[in-house]
Ligand binder design. Structure first.
Ligand code: SF4
Ligand code: SF4
Length: 430
């Protein structure tokens, strides 16, 4: 069993939806599709108010190298293009589509073809056209990750099925219900990158998924359950014993990492020409009547997904998109599910403690998987000493939340680190 990285924490897993098979949510009456759902520049709108659209139609074109296209997830009419609440950046230009209830697809989509008939370059183009981004949460455009510079020699492709965030089970279910599709998608990535080594990384709290993938005859690294085992740098350290340098990327140590959901989406695009119009989301928490894993159209408002899960237990106290460790608290359930939304968590009895003074216990230092000194960095950010925060490596912080999880003073450390990073970027832009 591999564990292999320093730091990390062991929060309660609470993966009660692990047994819940994926349910397909019917198309909602309206979707709110942001042009920015990914790392990089927002897509450029291709439609205007009043246009008719069909499912799979490209409505936003990737702008530049690091960007991703977006597509209509229902058929109907564009009723507005306007700023709308966004789960990550607060508000973003979004295409609002009202359903025609006809569920019509654009005609080029859904015609089956053999991905083996396409070259590596054609497959990268297909994946780019389909607007596929990393579905593990970071939403980095997949076609960029599949096009490393020539001087970077890649020898290993890791497929990340760790799903180390507590509560979330969307990837787990996908691995159990669609293993063959994931493997086929991973082999497409393997062909594009021309690598020998293909390894599926799965935590040992998903024994059934480990067994399923082993039965399929692929190489599986079974990893000890520890958060954040699924973070790229920690995964590479645990499996390959390679250290991604400070400020570096997995490709600097000959490795590329993709999430299992991304492999699934890529195969669907390569085989059927289907763009990314939906994703699996875990809906859970004590504030929702029925916890489920749901296949949701991109752009569906969170409140519609909750309705599909029989509604709220009562007025929700906290709505979080993502997992409990790295997820983002929302002010409104009007926000839509976007490509990077892995979970919708509704909490009614969340323990929210008052921030106290640092007691210098160093629990945060022991927990940090990046070897940082969270308490020192936090002090620098609080005192607006951004240069020192930078010197102490705030940009290396992966925002995993281990430090804040362990902090007995309930200091929202990640909040300070996000602010420190944004200040560094703001100054560098200047
Ligand atoms: S959030 Fe940042 S500082 Fe805190 S434990 Fe994670 S990597 Fe370390
Ligand atoms: S865990 Fe919290 S209280 Fe302890 S040293 Fe770190 S910041 Fe201070």
């Amino acid at each position: 069993m591999l564990s292999g990285f320093a730091g990390g924490v062991h929060p309660s897993e609470n993966k009660e939806t692990g047994e819940c098979t994926i349910e397909v949510m019917p198309a909602p009456k309206k979707v709110y599709i942001p042009f920015s759902q990914h790392t990089g520049k927002p897509a450029i709108p291709l439609v205007k108010k009043g246009d008719d659209v069909k499912i799979g139609m490209k409505i936003g074109e990737a702008d530049g190298l690091i960007s991703a296209s977006v597509h209509a997830s229902i058929s109907g009419k564009v009723i507005d293009i306007v700023d709308h609440p966004h789960p990550v950046i607060g508000s973003a230009c979004s295409c609002i589509i009202e359903s025609s209830d006809t569920e019509e697809w654009v005609k080029e989509v859904n015609a089956e073809r053999d991905p083996a008939s396409l070259t590596g370059k054609q497959l990268v183009d297909v994946i780019k056209e389909a607007g596929i981004v990393g579905l593990g949460g970071a939403a980095f455009p997949t076609h960029v990750k599949l096009s490393p510079p020539k001087e970077k020699r890649i020898d290993t492709l890791l497929i990340n099925g760790c799903e180390c965030e507590p509560v979330l089970t969307a990837d787990h279910r996908l691995m159990l219900e669609h293993a063959a599709t994931i493997i086929e998608g991973a082999k497409i990535f393997q062909r594009i990158l021309d690598v020998q080594n293909l390894i599926f990384a799965i935590e040992d709290n998903k024994k059934d998924a480990v067994a399923t993938f082993k039965q399929e005859g692929v190489s599986v690294a079974e990893l000890k359950t520890k958060y954040p085992q699924g973070a790229e740098k920690q995964l590479i350290k645990a499996i390959l014993k390679r250290e991604v340098p400070r400020g570096g990327l997995p490709m600097d140590v000959g490795c590329v990492v993709h999430n299992v959901g991304t492999c699934h989406a890529a195969l669907i695009a390569a085989k059927y020409g289907r763009p990314l119009i939906d994703r699996v989301v875990t809906v859970a928490g004590d504030g929702v009547k029925e916890s489920k894993n749901v296949l949701v159209r991109i752009g569906t408002p969170v409140k519609s997904v909750i309705d599909f899960c029989n509604g709220y237990v009562s007025q929700p106290e906290r709505v979080i998109l993502g997992g409990p460790m790295m997820g983002i608290a929302q002010y409104s359930d009007d926000v839509p599910v976007i490509k990077g939304t892995s979970g919708i968590l509704i909490w009614n009895n969340a323990r929210i403690s008052e921030e106290g003074p640092c007691v210098r216990c160093a629990a945060c230092v022991d927990a940090c998987p990046m070897g940082l000194m969270p308490t020192e960095i936090c002090g620098f950010v609080k005192n607006k000493n951004i240069d020192m925060a930078n010197a102490y490596g705030v940009l290396d912080c992966i925002e995993c939340g281990c430090c804040a999880y362990e902090c007995p003073a309930a200091i929202p450390l990640v909040h300070y680190f996000k602010y420190g990073k944004s200040e560094i970027w703001r100054r560098s832009k200047k």
